[in-house]
Design a protein around this ligand. Structure first.
Ligand code: UDX
Ligand code: UDX
Length: 463
């Protein structure tokens, strides 16, 4: 089939490359001439594992083209819209200006029976407005607008695209349904369920799903805070909850708050839509507020780890992207955290395996370093803000010799308290007050000379 993808950003590029890989003939169109020129040279403007190879293969097999103009759109079986829908400055509504201007631009060029599909995350009713614009521009045509939201996670986007939990196709038109089903046909082999729903329902599914994920994370984050107060371990609580099939174990990792290009923006947009329709989503409103405060509040943990003051001290922060395997720093918890550390008078040394260039644009005052160890040099405390694989097995002995004080604040709970104790680190976590207590016990045992062998049952059991 012939597919045109308008917008070669994160979603457009991943979706376009995957459709080409299914065997379709795909043209990705983007206004940004530099981006298109780079893509034609095989340079990928975003960090997404495996995407460079996928793009290169499909370019060489002539199934994937890039253009600044919607050439060939007149013959397309389906036209996908994947331009950005950022939060509008000032009010948090989704900014739909890119969508509508793209639709106005392509309207005169579309085939008379075009199927136009929104992949961008758009508020309920956007499909209706797109249809109205198309009708106005082409009163004689028989075009249909479909909502087909994406559920891609950054860093795992290609896998997610090829192994979706579900494909949502929102339209009441039978012809449009069958065209989009045909575009996704190669996935039937993986038995991906297709959900045929109304267009407004499809638009809402995307927001409801992201808002629910955001709620789940925020729920466990608050339980983590409670764990710290009552002396319980959030990882065990999450496991105990998650084994209940009705709850499920995913998205129950306590941390510094959710970030990224989607969850914060989409929860905000859902809140705005719900208000406009007089049906407020109070739970989601609370989730957004709690999450916003949480990120900056993480600095308090660092202050507590250094006995009440960080003024004049040096803090190493490992991880600047909002999660591992991406260079994306949009709404990353590291940003408000570092701003707060600066406000409290600390010097911050930062390192990230992929996101340094992005971070430099947002955080000019940080001393950027070339490795985790360089960042840790002379630091009074080291904060693990993003759980990159390479931060999971740091050489603790080496760290202790280069840091001024042996203090680690682990906002992703990726270390065991007993190994930190063995390495003589003060170790603070999220929602694991036991970690510090047991660590103290291990240190005392070591002093008594009986802690060197394998840790006691009590220790291993709880960690
Ligand atoms: C996407 C979706 O659009 C958004 O709804 C979802 O919530 C997250 O993912 P993303 O792909 O990340 O957004 O956006 P971005 O990387 O900004 O890409 C948008 C691209 O569209 C840019 O390359 C931009 O140049 C291009 N564009 C924008 C056009 O080609 N034409 C336009 O009229 C506007
Ligand atoms: C999300 C959705 O998962 C995806 O379906 C949607 O299409 C886009 O938004 P993404 O933003 O790439 O994907 O990242 P995700 O893996 O969902 O993580 C979002 C944030 O939540 C990150 O900051 C992450 O660290 C945080 N998170 C996630 C937690 O703090 N705890 C968890 O258990 C899971």
């Amino acid at each position: 089939m012939r597919v045109t993808m308008i917008g070669a950003g994160y979603v457009g590029l991943v979706s376009g490359a995957c459709f080409a890989d299914f065997g379709h003939d795909v043209t990705c169109v983007d206004k940004d001439a530099n981006r298109i020129a780079a893509l034609r040279r095989g340079e990928i403007p975003i960090f997404e594992p495996g995407l460079d190879q996928l793009v290169a293969t499909n370019i060489s097999q002539r199934r994937l083209q890039f253009s600044t103009e919607p050439t060939g759109i007149g013959e397309a079986d389906a036209v996908f819209i994947a331009v950005g829908t950022p939060s509008r400055r000032g009010d948090g509504h989704a900014d739909l200006s890119y969508i509508y201007s793209a639709v106005r631009e392509i309207a005169p060029l579309l085939p008379p029976s075009a199927i136009v599909v929104t992949k961008s995350t758009v508020p309920v009713g956007t499909g209706d407005e797109i249809e109205r614009i198309l009708r106005e521009a082409r009163p004689d045509a028989d075009m249909h607008v479909v909502s087909n939201p994406e559920f891609l996670r950054e860093g795992a986007a290609i896998y997610d695209f090829k192994h979706p939990d579900r494909i949502v196709i929102g339209t009441d038109d039978a012809r449009a349904r069958s065209v989009i089903a045909e575009v996704y046909r190669p996935l039937y082999l993986n038995a991906a369920p297709i959900l045929y729903v109304g267009r407004r329902t499809a638009e809402l599914i995307k927001y409801a799903a992201n808002a629910f994920l955001a709620t789940k994370i925020t729920f466990i984050n608050e339980i983590a805070d409670l764990c710290e107060s009552v002396g319980a371990d959030v990882q065990d609580v999450a496991r105990g909850m998650g084994l209940d099939n009705r709850i499920g174990s995913k998205f129950l990792h306590a941390g510094p708050g959710f970030g990224g290009s989607c969850l914060p923006k989409d929860t905000m947009a859902l809140i705005k839509t719900a208000h406009d329709y007089g049906a407020p989503v109070r739970i989601v409103e609370t989730v957004a507020a709690v999450n916003e405060q949480r990120k900056r509040a993480m600095a308090r943990k660092v202050v507590a780890a250094l006995d009440g003051s960080i003024r004049g001290k040096t803090i190493a922060v490992l991880g600047l992207s909002f999660k591992p395997n991406t260079d994306d720093t949009r709404d990353s918890p590291s940003i408000p955290l570092i701003t707060a550390l600066h406000d409290l008078g600390a010097t911050v040394r930062g390192y990230d395996p992929a996101a340094m260039e992005q971070a430099k644009l947002q955080l000019p005052g940080v001393v950027y370093c070339d490795s985790a160890y360089e960042a840790a040099e002379d630091a009074h405390a080291l904060v693990i803000a993003t759980e990159w694989e390479q931060f999971r097995a740091l050489d603790l002995d080496r760290l202790r010799t280069i840091m001024q004080e042996p203090v680690i604040v682990d906002l992703r709970n990726i270390y065991r308290a007993d190994e930190m104790a063995r390495a003589n680190f003060r170790y603070l976590t999220i929602g694991r007050p036991d970690a510090e207590r047991k660590q103290g016990a291990a240190a005392r045992r070591r002093k008594l000379g009986n802690g060197k062998a394998t840790p006691s049952k009590e220790l291993t059991g709880a960690l």
